[in-house]
Design a protein around this ligand. Structure first.
Ligand SMILES: [Zn+2]
Length: 295
């Protein structure tokens, strides 16, 4: 069962608009700390001050949880904007399901291509199941977004290690490789990715592979060498844990990653507590699925 809760474009805060985010990202790239360390002269001074001012402003302007006032908010529930933990507490109080364990702390993974991925982990109880989500930070609407779930009646404690393994598998998997003309091509005959929604509801979904956002046309170009082939498309699977995980390495969370996490809020979800089944409802439903009444 897919969750009722969804990413909501309407719920995105205006502060985190793509334009302001892009300008911040550009600052990080061009006026990053390594440059400032190399050159301590006055030419960097004003830029660095301006950058620090913008960073501080960005940190201040991120929406905080209405309840704890400490963590960044990422869930809209019953007219409130809450952090993941406070949202889970509210769901547990309203439905009787137990509170979920804490998610794993964020981490930095380096892929075999040298690409750096900063992952934020989240745990949620959706109406249909409990899920762990890995969100890559610092890549705008692109980046990896992985999900693994268990049934309400299963052990949610297993999700933490599985979602970390899925993130490591995704970081270690390189599916887009350059051809002789330096154009992207698919490495292999199977590809894992996700479909991203566009702000324009009439536009075809975008395709994210290896965390890179492709237009429908770019995806078509990637498939051109396989014209005439058959294919098998399967949607909605949980993130895969594969041997690729061995190719990615973990790095301690550094200052750059902490900064990204502090200025980029979690992706928004909108939930309603009256969409949740009680434990009794859920047990009855499971029993009916496993032992359907004979006609
Ligand atoms: Zn909170």
């Amino acid at each position: 069962m897919r969750p009722v809760a969804t990413h909501s474009a309407a719920a995105r805060p205006t502060i985190g608009s793509p334009k302001s985010w892009w300008s911040l990202r550009r600052d990080i790239i061009w006026l990053g700390d390594p440059l400032a360390r190399l050159c301590g002269c006055l030419c960097i001074g004003p830029w660095r001050t301006a950058r620090m001012f913008r960073m501080a402003e960005a940190q201040r302007s991120q929406p905080r949880c209405d309840e704890c006032r400490r963590d960044l908010a990422g869930v809209r529930v019953e007219e409130q904007q809450l952090c993941d933990r406070c949202a889970d507490k509210l769901i547990a109080a309203a439905t009787g399901w137990p509170e979920l364990p804490a998610p794993p702390p964020p981490e930095v993974l380096i892929g075999p291509d040298g690409e750096r991925h900063v992952f934020r982990y989240r745990l949620f109880r959706w109406p249909g199941r409990v899920v762990a989500i890995a969100e890559e930070v610092g890549r705008g609407e692109g980046g990896h977004r992985l999900e693994i779930g268990v049934d309400h009646l299963d052990d949610a404690g297993s999700l933490a290690e599985r979602i970390r393994a899925a993130a490591r598998s995704a970081a270690g998997r390189v599916q887009l490789v350059p051809d002789e003309q330096d154009r992207w091509q698919l490495d292999g005959v199977e590809v894992l990715g996700r479909l991203a929604e566009s702000d324009n509801p009439y536009e075809a979904p975008r395709v994210v592979i290896d965390g890179s956002m492709l237009t429908w046309e770019q995806f078509g170009d990637l498939l051109s060498p396989t014209k005439g082939w058959t294919f098998h498309l399967r949607l909605g699977d949980d993130a895969k844990i594969t041997d690729d995980a061995r190719s990615a390495r973990r790095m301690p969370l550094d200052e750059k990653a902490r900064l990204l996490l502090s200025i980029e809020p979690p992706k928004w979800f909108v939930i309603a507590t009256d969409h949740y089944p009680t434990r009794g409802d859920w047990t009855d439903q499971r029993r009916a699925e496993n032992f359907p009444a004979r006609q």
